[in-house]
Ligand binder design. Structure first.
Ligand code: G3D
Ligand code: MG
Length: 176
């Protein structure tokens, strides 16, 4: 079925190598590939979901290598309704750097809904950021939710994207 009521533009933000591309690949193709660099341009990936009986196109944009070009950045942020703000639970610096990502997202898209995602939770032995810290940061920075995921095992990946979709739908429908 190709008819749908809404397209929600959702961004993946966060440092390099936190797993943004891997999360999108897991959600779209249900696969995980390690060991080579996947190059994603400005073409978004889409997956259709039915949420509360409403057919929705979740359009996912991975910032890839465009972050250095201001004009690309504007195209990237334009019309975005949500973002998965992603860090790697084994790399504290990627967690600290989210402050900058969030500031930029809120500057470019003041109404954007943010969901905090701690990825690589299959690597429990290497954990560097606790679940409690993640939760607290999400609350303090006005995120609509927090979830830990693994693109490798698939844990919580669909939940992260679909929850984002549900929250955007709630906000869109309450404006009608
Ligand atoms: P990015 O798009 O944010 O830059 P990538 O990140 O999706 O390219 O992932 C960066 C590296 O982390 C890749 O390793 C990838 O396989 C790995 N990775 C992504 N998600 C997970 C996860 O949930 N668990 C684990 N264990 N590894 C993950 P390589 O070796 O391909 O560079
Ligand atoms: Mg990538």
């Amino acid at each position: 079925m190709s008819t749908y009521k809404y397209t929600f533009k959702i961004l993946l933000l966060g440092d390099g190598a936190v797993g943004k591309t891997s999360l999108v690949q897991r959600f779209i193709h249900n696969k995980f590939q390690s060991g080579y660099l996947m190059t994603i341009g400005m073409e978004p990936y889409s997956r259709f979901e039915t949420i509360k009986d409403i057919r929705i196109c979740l359009q996912l944009w991975d910032i890839a290598g465009q972050d250095r070009f201001a004009s690309m950045r504007q195209i990237f942020f334009k019309g975005s309704l949500g973002a998965l703000v992603t860090y790697d639970i084994t790399r504290r610096q990627s967690f600290e750097n989210l402050k900058t990502w969030i500031k930029e997202a809120q500057n470019e898209s003041p109404r954007i809904m943010l969901m905090l995602v701690g990825n690589k939770n299959d690597l429990e032995d290497l954990r560097d950021v606790s679940t409690e810290e993640g939760k607290k940061f999400a609350e303090d920075s006005g995120c609509i939710g927090f979830i830990e995921t693994s693109a490798k095992s698939g844990t919580n990946v669909a939940e992260a994207f679909v929850t984002m979709g549900e929250e955007i739908l709630k906000s869109v429908e309450s404006q009608d």
